[in-house]
Ligand binder design. Structure first.
Ligand SMILES: Cc1ncc(COP(=O)(O)O)c(C=O)c1O
Length: 474
């Protein structure tokens, strides 16, 4: 039992407490609807948390994408929008921020990450070429496949084991890269697609040593590396915290050095940069930039706004600078770890080490009686909502989709329910409530049955698929 004299959260966890480096200026009320209404809402949503109405959700841990709270400075930036069709002042501020903090030469704005993924994939990949990557991300792999690329997972094996405590489970296995090059030839590799941190592995980082070594390997074959920089600031924090030799370097310096080992990047700015909408891609090669800048006009808009309003580019430029501030990133990652520690203390199976943006519950170990093709992670997301109004999302067999060649489900080793924490939005009390919701679902796990998919969209099925509880109509 907890010692009743341990009053603060810090004392309970055996450390001095820390606090968020902000105070609240405006609040948005949230409400919990009753259990009967939640049951109805869930049925109406086909047991898919993406199809719930946000007003029916109490604490929304669906995603950290576009859901963060902007600072007063970012809101002030919104008022400074220069909405000129061409050459907006805000574009130049954004370009400058990307160049300053990531070091790439040429910048193209896009309305969000997947637009940048589409442009890079369509421009760089020749049909039939291979795209090795440190695990897949749903939209990234889809765009690579739509461009004719063949995805190959080259992440280290430790990433597929939810209990392995490797500090950099996002690392690339260099032998897997060498083996692929040996098999198919370097000319048949479009580029290495490197993500820092790896969302689908549980928000796991890539070490500086690994990206340096990857650069050497790729240089020896003349292969380029493009970085998914969506959560690269969180990755930089883990390097500072865990990798020897980096403790005294600033987050900004670590970020810039990491990017320097890559040839370009794309970013969903809706995550680390704390804007509600936005993205960019950036490269060092002028010819490639020219091709991308030309293509962005077809899909997104002129190359000085790329689908974003001027005001959104301004908020993004400010958000990039705020994201590398130590106090911010420390409290952001610590809040996620606080939630993870609560669950671990109750013996609830989660991906360890806890990652940067979310706690991932291991649904295979949570519901060992539910086979993977009855969607244990989807079941847990539905159960959490039903029980407590908390919204998480599936990151398992539904997200993995079907193999384009065989048409069968892909059966990923990781079957996870993600509780993603928006930045600067919730307090530790919300984390306490969320953890108790998971505990309640865990306590009743043996009575929980799996789901059957009754509607399956062709692409990115996790967004719109519908399910029914097994036992109903059967
Ligand atoms: C790692 C990663 N890459 C790319 C994307 C796609 O970005 P967006 O949602 O802005 O299109 C996401 C979004 O969830 C992501 O997590």
């Amino acid at each position: 039992m907890t010692d009743p004299t341990l009053r603060t959260m810090g004392q309970q966890l055996g450390r001095r407490s820390w606090a968020e480096p902000w105070k609240i200026k405006m609040v948005e009320p949230i409400y919990m609807i009753g259990r009967g209404e939640r049951a109805q809402a869930l049925e109406k949503a086909g047991y898919n948390t993406f199809l719930l109405r946000s007003e029916d959700v109490y604490i929304d841990l669906l995603t950290d994408s576009g859901t963060s709270a902007m600072s007063d400075r970012q809101w002030a930036g919104i008022m400074m929008g220069d909405e000129a069709y061409a050459g907006s002042r805000n574009f130049y501020n954004l370009e400058d921020a990307v160049q300053t903090f990531c070091g790439y030469r040429y910048v193209v704005p896009t309305h969000q990450g997947r637009a940048a993924e589409q442009l890079v994939s369509q421009t760089v990949i020749k049909p039939g070429q291979y795209v090795p990557s440190n695990m897949y991300f749903t939209t990234t792999r889809l765009h690579q496949e739509l461009a004719g690329g063949i995805f190959v997972d080259v992440i280290i094996d430790e990433a597929h084991d939810t209990l392995n405590l490797h500090p950099f489970k996002g690392d690339v296995d260099l032998d897997k890269v060498r083996e692929l090059v040996k098999q198919v030839g370097p000319e048949n590799i479009a580029y290495v697609s490197l993500a820092g941190t790896v969302n689908m592995a549980g928000g796991q980082p890539v070490s500086m040593a690994n990206v340096r070594a990857l650069r050497e390997v790729c240089d020896s074959y003349d292969i380029r590396i493009y970085l998914d920089a969506t959560r690269m600031v969180e990755n930089a924090f883990f390097i500072q915290d865990r990798e020897s030799g980096w403790a005294d370097k600033s987050i900004a310096a670590i970020l810039k050095e990491f990017c320097s080992y890559t040839d370009g990047a794309w970013m969903s700015a809706k995550k680390d940069s704390m804007v509600n909408i936005g993205g960019w891609l950036a490269v060092n090669d002028y010819d490639l930039f020219d091709a991308l800048r030309n293509k962005v006009v077809i899909y997104e808009g002129l190359h000085t706004y790329g689908g974003m309003a001027g005001r959104d580019m301004e908020a993004l430029a400010i958000g990039i600078a705020e994201s590398v501030q130590y106090d911010h990133i420390y409290s952001r990652v610590s809040q996620v770890h606080y939630l993870g520690d609560l669950l671990l203390n109750w013996g609830i199976p989660i991906v360890q080490p806890v990652g940067g943006h979310a706690v991932f519950v291991d649904a295979k170990r949570f519901y060992p009686h539910i086979p993977q093709d009855q969607f244990p992670a989807q079941t847990l997301a539905a159960q959490l909502y039903l029980d407590s109004g908390i919204r998480g999302m599936e990151r398992g067999i539904v997200s993995a989709g079907r193999d384009p060649n065989t048409g069968d489900h892909r059966y990923p080793a990781l079957e996870l329910t993600r509780l993603a924490v928006p930045r600067r939005v919730y307090t530790q009390a919300h984390m306490d409530v969320a953890s108790e919701a998971v505990k309640a679902a865990y306590d009743s796990r043996e009575q929980t049955r799996g789901l059957r998919m009754v509607y399956e969209p062709k692409q990115l099925r996790f967004f719109q698929a519908r399910f029914e509880p097994i036992g109903i109509h059967s």
